[in-house]
Design a protein. Sequence first.
Length: 341
Amino acid sequence: MPESLYGKDLICTQEWSMDELVKCLELAEDMQKHRFSPKYTKLLKDRTFFMFFYNPSVRTRQSFECAATELGGHAQYLEPGGMRLKTKKSAGETVEDAAQVMSRYACGMGIRILEDKVAAYGDGDNMLREYAKWSDIPIVSMAHDKYHPCQGLADIMGLRKHIGENLKGKKLLLYWGHGALARSWCSVQEAALLYSRFGMDVTIASPEGYDLDPAVIAATKKNCAENHQKFEIIHDPKAGYSGAHVVYSRNWMSPNAYLNGEFQKPLEIEKALKYTDWICDEAKMKLTDNGLYIHPMPIDRGHEVTDEVASGKRSIIYDVAENRLHVQKAIMALTMSEKYK
Ligand code: CP
């Protein structure tokens, strides 16, 4: 059994051991089965979890609020814009001060910072690590420019239900979908890292010019090699579907999305919308090994995926969205409840 996870940050699942990840998933699965059992409803009694949202959210905000309530505590929504924090562009309170003060109030802190709220790729990750350095309470990524660990765990919980606990040798197609959202790399990078930890064979398919972070690709390749699985990057809109057990389609930004400290959203969208062949549709899904369709949501229907696939029999999008609640309850319990100290 792993050591206690009490007090541990969750910025990327790659920083947790396999034993820790499985412990979290098993607890989440039990919490789903016994959702309102008294064994879980007082784990965070009288405790507060702070949530900093620099960007909007449906699932993350609602599921964290419900998770805190179901554990007997409270999740407090904070708008960083209302807190006079120091930024690259304005004077204000430092992370060093803010983090140490907030640690004295709350049992944990979640941060979301994506897309146009950072000046360059990696700034969001640096900010979370700065909070982690100065806080005495766990820092949890609620999706930042590099990673989305809660989403990754919710995905794996969905795959364990629909495929089984042993995911070794199952093929993941991580597929770039054209779209009008110019999304950060967080969900797809988390998926590449985490699915490969669980022994899946990984194919990433995108048009030329949509490379992900080279350090994340290198770590994913290493995970695949350690599990004796294949890793490949291809630039064909159809070929990767052959034999896939799981298809994950999602738009992501190009490596040129930041210029002179600004996120080039209109340019990214204009460029991405030209790749109309890059959509997950029923004809391509027929090439898979009866593959499941997965997406972290919100979905850009008609661009990343057709309605037929997103709402079809092999789509597990709503199960995965539900799992956000259960995995976040498990994360909060294990890292913030004294019961698991
Ligand atoms: N998947 C996800 O994080 O959804 P939200 O952006 O709605 O929180």
